[in-house]
Design a protein around this ligand. Sequence first.
Ligand code: ADP
Ligand code: MG
Length: 250
Amino acid sequence: MSHHIVDFADLSYVYPDDNKAVENINIRIHHGESVGIVGANGAGKSTLLKLLVGLLKPARGEVRLGDIPVTPKTLSLIRQRIGFTFQDPEDQLFNTTVYDDVAFGPRNYGLEEKEVEKRVLRALQTVGIEHLLQRVPYKLSGGEKRAVAIATVLSLEPDVLAMDEPSAALDPKSRRRLIRLLQGFEHTKIVATHDLDMVLELCNRTIVLKEGKVRFDGLTREVMTNAKLLDECGLEQPLSLQGCLVCGVK
Ligand SMILES: Nc1ncnc2c1ncn2[C@@H]1O[C@H](COP(=O)(O)OP(=O)(O)O)[C@@H](O)[C@H]1O
Ligand SMILES: [Mg+2]
């Protein structure tokens, strides 16, 4: 399914204050891949995802979804195909009910109300929050908001899920539920995160960014066992690989 290939080609972005946030990025992600994007604070993870969904315009290079370059003209199509969740779910929720927030995308793309309803219910069920249907989004807990934010993109039935720090601020049960949910999403997943344990469970491939450049792109199990490389990039091995904190046995 070549039309689902995500290509970052010679991509650079400089913020207006001359901050080179990402530089010379070349990454190709095939359909169905599950890719973790990791790196210390400020490494460029969020910038990369924002370039992917056209929230920022590259200084050089381009992003393509299959043959479609991400440009202002193609944005509507791109956002239908790539479901993006912000680091802060509040950036995603602005309607007065959970239902309307999750229905917003499908309605916006002109689907009939019957189809919209089907998709909303399916998306809410997938993230396990049907019971929140009529609630006011901004009054929900952090984990509930995160679940609604994910449902708002699932209702678009995207080919690619791109998520910025999806497990941040989740309690252990909500985090576990999120991991299971993402494991069940059979299309492409691109997850920018500090949660290396989640990457280890979820992603075969990991891209490590350091100061806006790709420092490693390869198998997750290879990079997660390379403590030296992780340390150089301001990261720590996943807890699950650090051995028992009580008895010291690996
Ligand atoms: N709005 C902005 N204006 C200027 N610099 C920014 C802005 N947002 C991010 N940056 C800078 O760009 C670099 C990459 O940031 P970001 O993509 O947010 O990294 P990460 O998500 O990995 O923490 C950092 O040096 C950060 O300070
Ligand atoms: Mg970030």
